[in-house]
Design a protein around this ligand. Structure first.
Ligand SMILES: [Zn+2]
Length: 177
């Protein structure tokens, strides 16, 4: 699950250190949900590997400040509209597209945790490192129950450190039926 951080640190940091694609690249022209081409490609790969992707399924599932979540039975819910309200302007800005891309990578790490690790960490030996690093990245740790800290921290750190292609690879290797 990914909540909006209480500070802008994570977005600012992401803008500085960069993601797996250039922020200036054109948006993919999805009909209803424009996003970065790398994000769109990653969602296509996820679907092709059995992930059920739902975008903005309604306010009950996407209350304010929730960016998205994944479920044990393979659903990836992306709260698209909540990403478009970060900057307070219409449409998806460059920063919002970066945050959306991060959400998609983050939730797919959770999908891998579910499909191959019983909902536990992929790299449990790194628990303390991930929790510390995730807080440096602005993870709103108190938004989560203590039992979720490790898996949330891992999702946040791997989403930050891995490219779309690497997440796709992880997903294909771990979750292929
Ligand atoms: Zn999460």
């Amino acid at each position: 699950m990914k909540f909006r951080a209480t500070s802008i640190l994570s977005t600012a940091l992401a803008a500085v250190v960069g993601f797996g694609f250039a922020a200036t690249a054109a948006m993919a022209q999805g009909k209803r949900y424009p996003m970065h081409p790398a994000s769109a490609q990653l969602l296509r790969t996820a679907k092709a590997n059995g992930v059920k992707v739902l975008i903005d399924p309604g306010k009950k599932h996407c209350p304010p400040k929730l960016f998205g979540f994944a479920t044990r039975n393979g659903y990836l819910v992306v709260c698209y509209r909540n990403h478009t309200m970060i900057d307070g302007k219409r449409g998806l800005s460059k920063n919002e597209a970066l945050e959306l891309a991060d959400t998609i990578r983050h939730e797919l790490v959770h999908i891998v945790q579910y499909c191959a690790y019983g909902g536990n960490m992929i790299l449990p030996q790194n628990e303390n490192y991930f929790i510390s690093y995730a807080q440096d990245l602005g993870m709103p740790i108190l938004s989560y129950g203590r039992h979720q800290w490790a898996t949330e921290a891992e999702a946040r750190v791997l989403a930050h450190e891995l490219t779309e292609a690497q997440i796709a690879d992880l997903l294909i290797k771990s979750c292929r039926n």
